[in-house]
Design a protein around this ligand. Structure first.
Ligand code: SF4
Length: 311
């Protein structure tokens, strides 16, 4: 279904997280109005997924929220609404309101489920609170998503995998969607000062790729649905980012690394049967995947190529 995204950067956030500059990330300002939503909806005759991203939708004042949801409800029959929001702004009343508007999916920006990481980032809640809010949303029947980050202060691969295990316990056999974003350093944030003062070191692109590949494989093994890895590259993001793993094809590079990890684990000497739809993951970006598989297996690049059977 076609997506119709609206970004509401940092409006009504309960607090300012140390790394956040949503205006820089999204390149959008706070100018989403019900009228704007309606005029975009009118352009489509097919069902659309209207997405309210970029902040804390349910933290908005009730009138602003209901105006936006009223407008979204006018979309063609079969359309659906997706919101992303902050765990502190989910309670029974909000859940009833989202239910009344038939909201389809709710994504919670939880960043991490490690209390040390959450406190350092000034997220304003503990892991228990985030898990409780996710449980409430699951019981209410929404499609639920968790937005996680990597490379935050005190965060490492192991803590990210522990986060997934906690999420896995509460989702059980049902599905849960995941987005995984790298922590980048933007000017005018507290993290920027920490970085300048040598108190924070962002992940390098290569380290981020390796960490994220492990997290991705764990998430797939636990049955999560991966919606996105890496931020959507915008001009604004490219121009604003001061440090950290910013790369226009980060998601693709991570998926490539995860695939080579998987192939090496399954059969360290090959041959490997690989779907042709994954060809670019191995051959793209100057054959990064082939090189990585050669490095992992100790086989030459040309031998790796010979041992791949495309289907
Ligand atoms: S990370 Fe989310 S909750 Fe924190 S300031 Fe940014 S938009 Fe608000």
């Amino acid at each position: 279904m076609k997506k119709l995204p609206f970004f509401i950067p940092m409006q009504s956030c309960p607090n300012r997280c140390i790394y956040c500059d949503q205006w820089a990330i999204t390149g959008h300002t706070n100018d989403v109005t019900a009228e704007k939503v309606l005029s975009e909806i009118k352009k489509s005759e097919e069902p659309v997924e209207i997405c309210f991203f970029g902040g804390s939708f349910t933290c908005l004042p009730p009138k602003v929220r209901s105006n936006l949801l009223d407008a979204a409800s006018k979309a063609p029959k079969g359309s659906r609404i997706r919101i992303s929001t902050h765990p502190s702004c989910i309670d029974e009343d909000i859940i009833c309101e989202l239910g009344r508007y038939n909201v389809y999916a709710v994504e919670l920006g939880i960043s991490s489920l490690d209390d040390r990481v959450l406190a350092a980032c000034r997220r304003g809640y503990t892991s228990d609170v985030a898990l409780k809010k996710l449980r409430m949303l699951i019981s209410a029947g929404f499609v639920v998503g968790a937005q996680l980050m990597m490379g935050l202060p005190y965060q490492d691969t192991e803590s990210s995998i522990r986060d997934l295990e906690k999420l896995c316990k509460i989702k059980g056999p049902s599905s849960m969607q995941i987005r995984l974003y790298p922590c980048l350093v933007f000017p005018k944030t507290e993290l920027f000062s920490l970085w300048i003062n040598g108190q924070f070191t962002p992940l390098s692109t290569e380290r981020c790729i390796n960490q994220a590949a492990r997290i991705l494989l764990s998430a797939e093994n636990m049955g999560f649905e991966i919606l996105r890895i890496g931020l959507h590259e915008t001009d604004s993001l490219r121009e604003s980012v001061a440090a950290g793993p910013s790369h226009p094809a980060l998601g693709e590079l991570i998926r490539s690394e995860a695939l080579t990890e998987k192939l090496n684990k399954i059969n360290p000497r090959g041959p490997w049967v690989v779907s042709a739809k994954h060809r670019s993951l191995l051959s793209g970006h100057s054959k990064r995947g082939i090189k990585s598989l050669a490095h992992k297996t100790g086989i030459t690049e040309s031998d790796v190529l010979e041992r791949i059977i495309w289907w």
